[in-house]
Write a protein that binds this ligand. Structure first.
Ligand code: FES
Length: 200
């Protein structure tokens, strides 16, 4: 129950120090990223430790985690592929392209590839409707996808992974170095049905 504190003691201190005394709960998102890196996912132990460190109720912490699409209560691949198949993208071919994406990733939507590298999720609008088919991979956007561009992209991602193996960290490849010093990016769960299943 101290996995987070053993792995990131200095990062926790720095995150909490950004806020006035007694307002440590404001560091909850930073600590959730750290906990996800430490535990591999935001399971009950991870949530409970964040709550304990920040003197919060675990339900509150789970509520925050459930609102954002980059927090996961289950293990996920090094690359989380969020593919938009919302209506505007569907009208531009996103539905037809989904089977191609699934085949090249080696997993269906909602699943993780056998090599643990990719988790594929279908999400609602990512605000790039005019460039569909499009997807967000961890924090990067990729537009105007077709089979050929996807082949090149996946080759690049696999090459990156070979150099820096996934560690089931916040974005798949280790906690961002600026984590303790800057508010990390988050993505609100589309339609309240994000991967944690805690949609808010
Ligand atoms: S509907 Fe897909 S990005 Fe907007």
């Amino acid at each position: 129950m101290d996995t987070l504190q053993r792995r990131f003691p200095e990062e926790i201190k720095a995150a909490v120090a950004r806020y006035p005394a007694g307002r440590q709960a404001s560091a909850v998102i930073s600590l959730l990223y750290l906990a996800q890196a430490a535990y591999g996912q935001l399971d009950k132990d991870a949530i409970d430790e964040v709550a304990s460190v920040l003197e919060m109720d675990p339900t509150q912490v789970r509520g925050v985690a459930g609102f954002y699409s980059l927090f996961f209560e289950r293990p996920h691949g090094g690359y989380v592929v969020q593919y938009c198949n919302d209506l505007p993208c569907a009208l531009r071919g996103a539905e037809d392209f989904l089977p191609v994406l699934e085949e090249k990733l080696g997993c269906k939507a909602g699943e993780t590839s056998a090599d643990g590298l990719f988790t594929l999720e279908c999400v609602m609008c990512l605000a790039a409707c005019d460039r569909a088919p499009m997807m967000q991979v961890n924090l990067e956007y990729f537009h105007d996808l077709d089979a050929a561009t996807l082949d090149g992209l996946l080759a690049e991602l696999r090459a990156r992974a070979a150099e820096d193996p996934p560690r089931r960290a916040p974005f798949g490849f280790g906690p961002p170095s600026e984590m303790a010093g800057a508010a990390p990016a988050t993505g609100a769960n589309p339609a309240g049905s994000g991967p944690t299943g805690q949609g808010g």
